[in-house]
Design a protein around this ligand. Structure first.
Ligand SMILES: *Cc1c(COP(=O)(O)O)cnc(C)c1O
Length: 421
């Protein structure tokens, strides 16, 4: 039996409609920006394998650091114990995060980093003896697939089967010049019941790379701060350079109370989650009273191998050439966006840093399930490019090591698709 035949016997893939699914493509090797299939076909990974990869596949430096760590210490319990990698990673990350971030809490992935953040805020108020259980989040938000993360995400086809079980959230519009006043007065009107405001800074990834102005986010954050609402910045996607700066929160003045990271944290090599918070949040749990403890801990908390991968990725991230690559990709995206702007097949283009999104003209069928999505997906796969559209929106967010040649090939293929589809 082939690998694909065996897969179809035993595997349940994520986000796959079972009856009509195409067989998966067997990938056996990765190098630089590319993934290689069993039959030798090469694919440019233009979406960084679901947005996680930042330095390229099977990076030899990260691989070497992981191998060394595995032979030194593969894992140790993190309740009551510590190890060098966990401490060094926290020290080095806190040094480059907004200056109010003081403590690091490790978990397993983006969704768990969000769960931890939500629990920190809810229990912060609980420990202070205040009854605050309301949550504010953006419409169309995506914060993960576990129940708490799903609860603070926009209601959609993805959550429909569970809607009645999700906790209540006040969903607000993305802020702009027209609505910022009314959003602020809404926040003020419910502030005594509100525990937290959670948001994806600057770019709502899963919603379709929806982008909004740092200026109004900052105004809203500052308002929440004044009104005593805790701020959770979900940088699971935007962290580590995607928006042009190291973190999306570097585009605003107001500092969040809590930040969540995953995806790029290990450079895309392995699952890992991190939630950081201020000293003030931490202090609300610092007590002789056992009931004030944050009772949350995953078996693999602060796994040393994941810490080694994150430290190696951070070494590469802080090399000047990485920021140069980020700037190079952003500049090339801007030139391409300008070139295709106004094409009759395009509704609009938008860009933040290394993220470029192109919205296809569809007439009226814009849902995630539209057939246009499948057509686009297969068009690019045939051309050896992985671009996984969100409905009628295609987006490029490559590993930063992508070459000009590879970028140009993606752009040319998109131009062809604009004419062909
Ligand atoms: C992907 C994502 C998550 C969830 O991360 P997982 O590691 O997939 O659980 C949370 N928030 C945002 C903004 C994301 O893009």
């Amino acid at each position: 039996m082939s690998l694909v035949e065996r897969d179809l016997q035993v595997i349940w893939h994520p986000y796959t409609q079972m009856k009509t699914a195409q067989p998966p493509i067997p990938i056996v090797r990765g190098e630089g920006t590319c993934l290689y299939a069993e039959d030798g076909k090469k694919y440019i990974d233009a979406i960084s394998s679901w947005w996680v990869n930042i330095h390229g596949h099977s990076h030899p430096y990260i691989a070497k650091k992981i191998a060394e760590q595995l032979l030194q210490l593969e894992h140790a319990i993190f309740a009551g114990f510590t190890h060098p990698g966990a401490v060094e990673l926290a020290e080095r990350l806190l040094a480059i995060l907004p200056s109010n971030q003081a403590k690091a809490f490790y978990s397993d992935n983006g969704s768990t980093a969000i769960e931890v953040a939500i629990k920190m805020c809810l229990q912060y108020w609980h420990n202070k003896g205040e009854q605050r259980t309301k949550i504010i989040a953006f419409k169309n938000a995506y914060h993960g697939d576990t129940f708490g993360a799903m609860s603070v995400s926009g209601r959609s086809a993805f959550t429909a089967a569970f809607d009645s079980l999700l906790f209540e959230v006040e969903f607000i519009d993305l802020p702009n010049a027209d609505n910022i006043k009314s959003i602020k007065s809404l926040v003020s009107s419910i502030k005594t019941e509100v525990s937290l405001f959670i948001f994806e800074p600057l770019v709502q990834g899963s919603a379709g790379m929806i982008m909004y102005d740092a200026k109004y986010l900052d105004e809203l954050m500052a308002h929440c701060r004044r009104e005593g609402v805790l701020l959770i910045a979900d940088e699971v996607f935007t962290g580590f350079g995607r928006t042009g700066k190291s973190f999306a929160c570097n585009h605003v003045e107001t500092q969040p109370d809590i930040m969540c990271f995953s995806k790029g944290l290990t450079g895309g090599t392995m699952a890992f989650g991190l939630t950081t918070c201020t000293q003030d949040i931490y202090d609300a749990f610092l007590s002789d009273d056992k009931m004030k403890t944050l009772f949350h801990g995953h078996s693999y908390t602060a796994n040393p191998v994941a810490c080694a991968a994150a430290l190696a990725s951070l070494d590469l991230f802080l090399e000047p050439s990485t920021q140069q690559n980020i700037d190079r990709i952003a500049a090339k995206h801007a030139v391409f966006a300008e070139k295709v702007k106004g094409h009759t097949s395009l509704k609009t283009t938008r860009q933040t840093g290394t993220i470029l999104a192109l919205e296809w003209e569809t007439g009226n069928n814009t849902s995630y399930f539209s057939s246009l999505r499948d057509k686009l997906y297969h068009y690019f796969l045939n051309a050896g490019i992985i671009l996984r559209p969100l409905g009628n929106i295609i987006y490029i967010l490559p590993p930063y090591c992508i070459t000009d040649e590879e970028l140009n090939y993606i752009y040319t293929t998109i131009e062809q698709a604009l004419n062909d589809i």
